[in-house]
Design a protein around this ligand. Structure first.
Ligand code: PBG
Length: 321
C-alpha cells in the first residue's frame, strides 16, 4: 500500500478529507460593559473588545452578516458585592444586553454564561463562608436565580460555568417551574482550573482576590473525573456538554465523544487565543495555524467551538481572507 497515492493532488486530498469546519460550528464570545460610547480593545486579547450597549448594533450586524449563528455573553458590572447581586438584577448588564441584542436581531442565538466571579467583590464563583471557602448549596441557589433572570431577559441557552455540584438540576428545576421548559442548558461540565484563563480574567475583571479556583474547577491531572462530571450533568439533564479549555484537553474531548452520545462543545479559551494571536503578530507562525487548531478540536470530537477566532475564521471560510 502506498499511502501517498491519495495525497497526490488537491482533488484527491479534498475527497479524502475527514474533518471540516463550518461557520455554524462557532459560538462567538462577546464582552459587554456599562457606560456609553465604549468600544475598547481588550489589552490582553488582540481584536477583542468591550462594548457598551449603544455600540452593539454594528457588531451584531457584522456577526450576523458573517453567518455566525450564536454568541455567548460575558458581562462586567459597575458594582460588585459579596453575593454578586448584579448578576441576577433585572437591569443587570447581561439582562440588558440580551434584550438589546434580541432587539437588533431576534434570530441570533444568545447564550449566557452563568457565573458569579465577574459580579462578586472577592472574584470567586460563589458565596463564601467566613473562612473564604465557596459554599456549594448556597451558591447553587444564586446560580439558579441568575439563570432564571437570563431566561426572563430572553436568553436562548443557559451556560453555567461555576462548577458547583447539582447546579444543572437546580437550573433545570427553576426553568421548568417558570415556563422555560424549552430552554436548553449548556453545561461547563469538564471545566479545569487552568492557567489558560489569564487573559479572560483581565478582560472580565474576574480574577479571585485571594486563593484560586481549585476547590471547584477540575484538576488537570484527571481524566476519569471528567467522565464522572459529564455523566452527572447528563443525568441532571444537561443538553450540551462543554470541555474547557480545548487544546491541552483534546484527549478529554475525544474521550467524551467515545463515551457519551451528546452534543460536545469545546471552549477554545482566552489564553489559547492570545498565544496564537501574538505568535502570528511576531511572525513566528502564519495565520493558517488558526484553521489547523480549530480543525484539531473538531477532529477530536467537538461539534461546536466557542472561540474568539470565530469572526476571522468566518471570513476565511467565506473566502474573504
Ligand atoms: C467564568 C468564566 C471563565 C471563563 C469563562 N467563564 C473564567 C474562570 O473560570 O476563571 C474563561 C474563558 C476564557 O479564558 O476564555 N467562571
Amino acid at each position: 500500500m502506498r499511502m501517498r497515492r491519495i495525497r497526490e493532488n488537491k482533488v484527491l486530498r479534498q475527497m479524502t478529507k475527514e474533518t471540516s469546519l463550518e461557520i455554524s460550528d462557532f459560538i462567538y464570545p462577546l464582552f459587554v460593559v456599562e457606560g456609553e460610547g465604549i468600544k475598547k480593545e481588550i489589552p490582553s486579547m488582540p481584536d477583542c473588545y468591550h462594548f457598551s450597549l449603544d455600540k452593539l448594533e454594528d457588531e451584531i450586524n457584522e456577526i450576523v452578516d458573517l453567518g455566525i449563528k450564536a454568541v455567548i455573553l460575558f458581562g462586567i458590572p459597575n458594582k460588585k458585592d459579596d453575593h454578586g447581586s448584579e448578576a441576577y438584577a433585572e437591569d443587570g448588564i447581561i439582562q440588558k444586553a440580551v434584550r438589546k441584542i434580541k432587539e437588533i436581531n431576534k434570530d441570533l442565538l444568545v447564550i449566557t454564561d452563568v457565573c458569579m466571579c465577574e459580579y462578586t467583590d472577592h472574584g470567586h464563583c460563589g458565596i463564601l463562608d467566613h473562612e473564604g471557602h465557596v459554599l456549594n448549596d448556597e451558591t447553587v441557589s444564586y446560580i439558579a436565580k441568575i439563570a432564571l433572570s437570563h431566561a426572563k431577559a430572553g436568553a436562548d441557552i443557559i451556560a453555567p460555568s461555576d462548577m458547583m455540584d447539582f447546579r444543572i438540576k437546580a437550573i433545570r428545576k427553576i426553568l421548568d417551574e417558570n415556563n422555560f421548559k424549552n430552554i436548553p442548558i449548556m453545561a461547563y461540565s469538564a471545566k479545569y482550573a487552568s492557567n489558560f484563563y489569564g487573559p479572560f480574567r483581565d478582560a472580565a475583571d474576574s480574577a479571585p482576590s485571594f486563593g484560586d479556583r481549585k476547590s471547584y474547577q477540575m484538576d488537570y491531572h484527571n481524566s476519569n473525573e471528567a467522565m464522572r462530571e459529564i455523566d452527572l450533568d447528563l443525568e441532571e439533564d444537561a443538553d450540551f456538554i462543554i470541555v474547557k479549555p480545548a487544546l491541552s484537553f483534546l484527549d478529554i474531548i475525544q474521550r467524551t465523544k467515545d463515551n457519551f452520545n451528546t452534543n460536545i462543545v469545546a471552549y477554545n479559551v482566552s489564553g489559547e487565543y492570545s498565544m496564537v494571536k501574538n505568535a502570528i503578530k511576531m511572525g513566528l507562525v502564519n495565520e493558517e495555524i488558526i484553521y489547523e487548531i480549530l480543525i484539531s478540536i473538531k477532529r477530536a470530537g467537538a461539534k461546536l467551538i466557542i472561540t474568539y477566532h470565530a469572526k476571522e475564521m468566518a471570513k476565511k471560510l467565506r473566502g474573504e481572507k
